[in-house]
Design a protein around this ligand. Sequence first.
Ligand SMILES: NC(=O)c1ccc[n+]([C@@H]2O[C@H](COP(=O)([O-])OP(=O)(O)OC[C@H]3O[C@@H](n4cnc5c(N)ncnc54)[C@H](O)[C@@H]3O)[C@@H](O)[C@H]2O)c1
Length: 359
Amino acid sequence: MIFDFLNIQPDNARYFPAERLQLFATSILQALNVPEEHARISADALVSANLRGVDTHGIINLLEYTPMILDGSYTIPQEIRVIRESESTALMSNGNGLGFVGGVYAMRLAIQKAWETGSGQVVICDGRHIGMAAYFSMMALEHDMIGITYTNGSRSVRPILGARTRLGTNPLAFAAPAGKQRPFVLDMATSTVAGRKIELAHNLGVPIPEGWAVDYKGHPITKPPLKRSDAWAQNPLGNTLVQGGHKGYGLAVMIDIMTGVLSGGGYGANMSFGQNYTWVMALDISRIRPVDEFKQMMDDMIIELHSTPPEEGAEQVLVAGDPEADTQVLRMKTGVPFHYDQVKKLNELAASLKVDGLH
Ligand SMILES: NC(=O)c1ccc[n+]([C@@H]2O[C@H](COP(=O)([O-])OP(=O)(O)OC[C@H]3O[C@@H](n4cnc5c(N)ncnc54)[C@H](O)[C@@H]3O)[C@@H](O)[C@H]2O)c1
């Protein structure tokens, strides 16, 4: 997590290796009747978020998905279906099941279309939470392709100058391969932060910085609310008009258009909690220029950016993807930290489903 005040402190944490978490998440989902392949795909996406330090979008969310699977909000098992298709585009149904499965199938299809035509775009009309959007964009990297993912969500963000929520936190994730340098992976909500960071601050009992959210009159708040309501709203990226909040707002609407309006699923203001309509794209770099040359220029650019003299008090200039890649290297060695309370809750969930807990 790039914000220290939201990090789990080592003296409150237990560490688990990725393989253990993968097995745990797969078992929980299988106990909920999710077919093995879909359970594995979902577990991999969740554990990948944990490994990269995006813990708000990791396996802790099984606590949220489980009651929604049990009460029938999710359709399990789900059927992934291509509704309409051209050589380079497709409209896909996620079968109202786990969002990770639809996301992975959509990006696989986009990559296949990119092999055949140069680029592929797939949009999902009935998706559910896809977690860390970078997971899907990064699938393109091993094929020397650029991957892009947009997803929209139910309302928690205000339009600039508005005093009520109308938009989701609508993230975009862009992944481009480099040569010797690590890939550039920009994965960001179009609100100032992902909503789950505010929920985490609430759970940790720490204030949020001014600029993340406002009350129903548009005044900044620093006490993190737990539940969404009309009493408060997240800010679009930029926060205020003078700081460029109209641009974050515009990006969020653009993503609503490319996901919900284009697929016909719906836009933020008329979506329910937990829905994510997703658009993915894969672009075959070799159709534009030789991949080696592209990667060499990527390396040069990243080295140039890294070499920028840092501002006073800062260690080094980074590029997007650096913090998560560093965290992944570390966590492959140390395991993934979980707060004692989180372990307790996950083990209670496991016990309720008669599955092995995190020991
Ligand atoms: N599925 C959903 O509905 C949904 C909604 C919102 C967000 N999310 C996910 O939440 C996660 C967190 O989103 P966020 O907006 O809070 O992300 P964030 O603010 O933690 O990071 C955003 C980006 O900034 C980069 N970054 C961080 N420090 C940097 C630095 N010093 N220099 C250069 N780049 C730097 C990161 O690598 C990342 O690509 C993402 O994975 C996103 O996909 C999902």
